[in-house]
Design a binder for this molecule. Structure first.
Ligand SMILES: Nc1ncnc2c1ncn2[C@@H]1O[C@H](COP(=O)(O)OP(=O)(O)OP(=O)(O)O)[C@@H](O)[C@H]1O
Ligand SMILES: [Mg+2]
Length: 324
């Protein structure tokens, strides 16, 4: 889009407004017959006329961020004839800048914690602070855990940037979700035992759908990883899958503290965690659900979460059976 241009006379009356300026300012009211709407420019116009200088400002109008560059219009004797204003809508750019800064902050924060553990425990071992072999082994296993956590963080970030950047292609195949669910659950057996949890699978015979098997496995694993991580010990995780008119719905329910209702809309955002003070061993990076949402969106599906007052949380996703 070309720039918006407005010219004001020396008495600040509007002379010309091009269609782009009207589009940028967005409101029906912005026309030369409605001087009230141009009030926001007045202080800048006066300064430009007084100082006979160019001026660049960012102005908020109706929730948009508008870059406005002002130039005095003068004759050869430097008498002010008016002011030319060039407008650009920079809302998107500024929002992206903000997101980028926030993202870098989040990533640095997530990297810093495991790195300080790695440094601390390695230094302690090198300085031979502990000579008990059992304790040394414990330090080494913390170092290994933190290294794995870093690796997972980097892999998740790479995944997300590929998916969000549109640099990935779904490898669609004919899959049977009921079989896939059983296969994924089987792999989790050792973890379930360790956490004293059980999984109950209740699946209809599901029709074959076209989907990217590896990516759907990733969705199932991320959701089940959460269900296991945030479930009460000794609890039961229920997986229910059914055929609906236009596809398949899979739901996973776990008991536990649940998710506060007002936080439900945000859990799909990168790095969003409910309770940052939860014990470190249950803490993740907050990327799992962002990946799930992106992958399900890529399949033209839907994913949502529901809380039940008795302390259960259900995550469900829908996959369409027809491919457009
Ligand atoms: N089944 C669940 N029960 C209760 N809370 C949940 C459940 N699933 C997710 N949450 C909450 O939503 C937040 C975001 O989940 P998400 O999977 O994106 O991140 P994470 O599990 O913290 O880290 P990651 O999956 O990247 O290791 C979690 O921190 C947790 O607080
Ligand atoms: Mg998770």
């Amino acid at each position: 889009m070309t720039d918006g241009v407005i010219t004001f006379g020396s008495d600040n009356t509007v002379q010309i407004v091009n269609p782009q300026a009207k589009a940028i300012l967005g409101s029906e009211g912005y026309n030369s017959k409605n001087p009230e709407r141009y009030k926001i420019f007045m202080p800048f116009l006066n300064r430009v006329k007084q100082e006979k200088m160019h001026l660049a400002e960012e102005i908020k109008i109706d929730g948009k961020i508008i870059s406005a560059r002002f130039a005095p219009l003068m004759d050869e004797k430097s008498t002010i004839l008016g002011v030319l204003v060039v407008l650009q809508d920079v809302t998107k750019e500024r929002k992206l800048d903000h997101l980028r800064r926030e993202f870098i902050g989040d990533v640095s924060h997530e990297l810093r914690t495991p790195l300080s553990y790695l440094q601390g425990y390695t230094e302690a071992l090198l300085d031979q602070i502990v000579d008990n072999p059992e304790e040394q082994k414990r330090y080494l296993s913390i170092i290994l855990d933190e290294t794995l956590r870093l690796r997972r963080l980097v892999n998740d970030l790479l995944d997300l940037s590929q998916i969000e950047g549109g640099h990935f292609v779904l490898k669609k195949d004919k899959i049977r979700l009921d079989k896939l669910i059983v296969r994924v659950v089987k792999k989790l057996d050792p973890v379930l035992e360790e956490k004293d949890l059980s999984i109950v699978v209740d699946c209809d015979q599901l029709p074959i759908i076209e989907a990217d098997e590896d990516r759907i496995v990733q969705v199932l694993i991320n959701l089940l990883d959460n269900a296991m991580r945030y479930a009460d010990p000794g609890g039961e995780i229920k997986i229910h899958a059914k055929t609906v008119e236009e596809g398949i719905i899979v739901s996973m329910t776990n008991t536990g503290v649940g998710i506060p209702e007002d936080e439900l809309p945000f859990i799909w955002e990168r790095f969003y965690k409910i309770d940052k003070s939860r014990a470190r061993h249950t803490e993740g990076t907050g990327l799992g659900l962002a990946i799930v949402k992106n992958l399900i969106d890529a399949h033209r599906g839907k994913v949502w979460a529901t809380n039940y007052p008795e302390g259960c949380t259900t995550f469900s996703f829908f996959l369409p059976s027809k491919n457009k």
